[in-house]
Design a protein around this ligand. Structure first.
Ligand code: AMP
Length: 466
């Protein structure tokens, strides 16, 4: 029997809000977490963004706040949610407003990069739910503009990422300022030793819930691999985005990961030199720049976004058709986070990794840790010539396409082409279709006319329009 939201014990206003959002069934993390949180238990959740974890803590927390029915505390809050990035904080606050709309709770968010004075003013009378990045929260506490003594429920979201960003001191300080009598909900995508210690410090006898990425995300993502020299990656990217080299799937929104901020800027600059518009999102960008890039990506106005891990972490954007790992992450878990940007909330997705000679060790680690099964894609036949700036590309003959890591995967049939059986079975809508841009047309600006590939009729990218 499938679990329903009704059967989890949520109140009518929350159920109504869910109805308005159009969610019919709880996700696994929601089914596991909601009853425990409603029961007042502390929670340790291993889950990444995309699993529905925000609702998993927010829905029952809203009901707990309603049931306790305390006054909004002056210069404090009843529920504090800590998140590592501005984007994630913004998303959580938005979700809190939507889910709590009928419960009459005040929701505010405070993040770095905005006016502290405005934050002081808006929090003067207190709020029911505060979503904050740790740095800004500590600033306000230090200025005596905010206190944590009203906190009934504390949520730490993406705790591992908060540690990666150096928020450990802020977290320790916050743990000393919140009341001992409180409920703590702790979420992390990974469970390194430092996180275990933090859980011990923050939680009392927590209920453990876990949604492992391999069971949720990786299953629904078709993962492909190009072995390509580092200095040739940009050329390959341009060929793919301008649809002169075929990859599986129809482009809607393409999220590209680089390891460094500088690398992200370089990719964007070179793409734009080739007439392929793209935006970068990383820590050196101002808040308005980040918001604009995200908004344009969401609307598919600029459907190519080049990001670093920190900037993209926790971003919830529906409709990411492709994640391209331009550079492989040196931490395997990061690979799971990255590809988790596609295939969200039940959709399928495509991940393409560019692996250079010097990244083989990273690839090995990713395979070992995540059980990832990659289908290797061939480079264009005359790729060298293209890299050197001469001549168009031709598609390689089909027999050259080969599968690497041919680990048997149950009874799942496996094809040997980019649109092999596996893709066909899982993506009937993509059957036989090459990558081509939808209305967004990520690489539209670079098409120089004519079908340069000379592939089978009906199986080639659309010819360029003028
Ligand atoms: P999260 O992991 O909280 O970032 O959520 C990922 C996405 O899933 C968000 O766009 C949510 O709005 C959506 N979502 C959350 N819960 C459900 C649900 N039960 N059914 C469908 N979508 C959901």
């Amino acid at each position: 029997m499938t679990t329903t939201f009704d059967s989890l014990g949520l109140s009518q206003p929350v159920l109504q809000a869910l109805d308005m959002k159009g969610y019919s069934e709880p996700t696994p993390i929601q089914a596991q977490a909601i009853p425990a949180v409603l029961d007042g238990r502390d929670l340790m959740g291993i889950a990444q963004t995309g699993t529905g974890k925000t609702a998993a803590f927010m829905l029952p927390a809203i009901d707990r706040l309603r049931a306790a029915d305390r006054q909004t505390p002056f210069k404090s809050c009843r529920m504090l949610v800590l998140a590592p990035t501005r984007e994630l904080a913004g998303q959580i606050a938005q979700a809190a407003k939507e889910y709590g709309a009928l419960a009459g709770l005040k929701v505010h968010s405070i993040v770095g990069g905005t006016s502290v004075n405005k934050d002081r003013n808006k929090l003067h009378r207190g709020t029911d739910i505060l979503v904050a990045t740790p740095g800004r929260l500590i600033d306000l506490i230090d200025q005596r503009a905010f206190r944590l003594d009203g906190v009934e429920i504390l949520v730490l979201d993406e705790a591992d990422q908060m540690l990666d960003l150096g928020f450990i001191h802020a977290l320790r300080k916050i743990s000393e300022l919140v009341p001992a009598e409180r409920q703590t909900l702790f979420f992390s995508a990974t469970m390194p030793k430092q996180i275990k210690e933090l859980v011990g410090k923050y939680c009392r006898n927590p209920v453990h819930v876990s949604v492992t990425p391999s069971a949720t995300t990786a299953e629904r993502i078709d993962q492909y691999l190009f072995m390509v020299q580092h200095e040739e990656k940009q050329a390959l990217l341009e060929l793919i985005l301008s649809q002169r080299h075929e990859v599986p799937g129809k482009f809607e929104r393409v999220l590209i990961f680089t390891r460094t901020k500088h690398g992200a800027d370089r990719v964007v600059k070179k793409l734009s030199q080739k007439g392929i518009p793209a935006n970068a999102i990383h820590g050196n960008k101002s808040q308005p720049q980040r918001e604009r890039a995200l908004a344009e990506f969401k609307k598919a106005k600029t459907p190519i976004l080049v990001a670093t891990d920190v900037a993209a972490r926790g971003i919830d954007i529906p409709g990411v058709s492709h994640v391209i790992n331009y550079e492989l992450p040196n931490v395997p878990e990061q690979y799971v986070h990255r590809i988790g940007r596609t295939a969200r909330a039940g959709a399928d997705g495509i991940a393409i990794a560019f692996c250079g000679e010097d990244e083989r060790a990273y690839l090995k680690d990713i395979r070992k840790t995540t059980d990832a099964e990659f289908e290797r894609l061939p480079l264009p036949e005359n790729f060298r010539a293209v890299v050197e700036g001469v001549g168009p590309t031709k598609p390689p003959p089909k027999q050259q396409r080969q599968r690497v890591n041919p680990k048997p995967k149950g009874a799942r049939p496996q094809g040997d082409t980019p649109q092999g059986n596996r893709s066909k079975r899982k993506h009937p809508s993509r059957k036989g279709k090459p990558a081509h841009a939808g209305q967004g047309n990520p690489g539209g600006g670079n098409r120089r006319g004519g079908n340069r590939r000379g592939g089978k009729p009906g199986n080639a990218p659309r010819a360029a329009q003028g």
